[in-house]
Ligand binder design. Structure first.
Ligand code: V47
Length: 355
């Protein structure tokens, strides 16, 4: 069966099909991705009101793409106290956040109790706030450092109040590329294993892919297929988030920016390849807000959230350090022809802004 017939009949796509999708022109590809998106959600565009907190930037690992961790190019180490984290939330809660998204670094001096204690303190003060925290890379770091199985570490996180896992740390699963860009941190098998265990506890998570650096199209398709295979088994992924590589202030030299067309194709292909992951998130912090709005026509149905403050991508050049004001965000979605739908972290609809 040829590719177009497969797309028409919604047949599951192979690795070779994934590569062939990149060869289609953007509008043919976009038509099929948009059809899938429309069938699922019509003109709805999901977002949440969230606060990102990055509580420490001291990291024992050196990922070439990272401009956030304290190092020669960013010699400003910090670790927030639990009190400082709660103070941040005391302000954010007045902006009606429903989620706190916590991603740190692999800080060898902070101690396990610093990591877990911040969750129990947040949970005690804000029982209804959804805590999305710790990437599989951090879980691997903590389990290894404190001699625990992934299972024990995950159960301790759940006990402390963590509700879901963000999708970070996945980067690119291909072992050779991974060795080059982030040698020493969680490997691909471990990343997938951690999410599988998390899902086995009846919990949900997201998955990211960092693209636009030294990987090729085949590596991206391979990455998507490894996620699709796990999702067939465990079913716990809510959203897939292609993160566009930002190249300032880090150690990974990349000659060329990705073209907007290649970025839009990658969103569209994610929608088509990942037939079992419900949401494709155009994370505006890395794609730019304008391209994220256009990505809604190419398979993406979610734009992440208002963010408020963001330190990882903005350290590498993204314009996300101060998040986006809610009214601006709503207006941008509406003027691009979509209906903003505020969701909670697990995609229950909270408010539809249909006028
Ligand atoms: O894993 C680091 C990425 C991730 C750069 O689950 C970079 O809803 C681009 O995971 N250029 C952390 N990206 C952020 C993350 C995330 C973001 C938004 C939503 C969700 C979610 C998760 O940031 C890291 C890494 O892949 N990152 N450096 C960079 N130079």
């Amino acid at each position: 069966m040829n590719l177009i017939d497969k797309l028409e009949s919604k047949e599951r796509l192979s690795y070779e099909d994934g590569l062939a999708l990149y060869e289609l022109d953007l509008f043919t590809l976009g038509k099929y991705a948009n059809e899938r998106r429309k069938a699922l959600y019509g003109k709805k565009a999901f977002f949440n009101i969230n606060r990102h907190i990055n509580p420490t930037n001291i990291c024992k690992d050196i990922c070439k793409f990272c401009a956030f961790s304290a190092n020669r190019k960013n010699p400003n180490p910090y670790t927030l106290s639990h009190e400082e984290i709660i103070e941040v939330l005391d302000t954010s809660i007045t902006h009606n956040i429903t989620e706190v998204h916590i991603v740190s670094a692999h800080n060898p001096d902070a101690g396990l109790e610093w990591y877990l204690g911040m969750f129990s303190k947040i949970r005690a003060k804000y029982p209804n706030l959804h805590i999305k925290a710790l990437t599989a890379a951090e879980i691997n770091f903590l389990a290894t450092t404190y001699n625990m199985s992934f299972e024990t570490m995950i159960d301790r996180m759940i006990e402390a109040g963590v509700d879901s896992l963000p999708g970070g740390g996945a980067e690119i699963f291909d072992e050779k590329v991974r060795e080059y860009i982030c040698k020493g941190k969680v490997n691909s098998k471990e990343w997938l294993e951690i999410h599988k265990i998390w899902h086995s506890r009846g919990k949900q998570s997201n998955a990211t892919m960092l693209f636009g650096h030294v990987e090729d199209r085949g590596h991206r398709i391979d990455h998507m297929l490894r996620l699709r295979d796990l999702q067939d088994e465990s079913g716990g992924f809510n959203a897939f988030i292609p993160l566009v590589y930002q190249r300032d202030n880090n150690y990974l030299r990349v000659e060329k920016f990705l073209s907007p067309i290649e970025i839009l194709k990658t969103y569209a292909i994610s929608r088509l390849m990942l037939d079992n992951i419900p949401h494709i998130k155009a994370y505006w912090a890395t794609s730019t807000i304008n391209l994220a709005l256009i990505a809604q026509e190419f398979g993406a149905d979610d734009l992440d959230g208002t963010i408020e403050k963001e330190s990882i991508q903005s350290a590498a050049g993204a314009a996300s350090s101060h998040g986006l004001d809610l009214n601006t965000f709503l207006e941008l979605i509406q003027t691009s022809g979509f209906i903003p739908v505020e969701r909670d972290s697990l995609y229950h609809e909270l408010k539809v802004y249909d006028q």
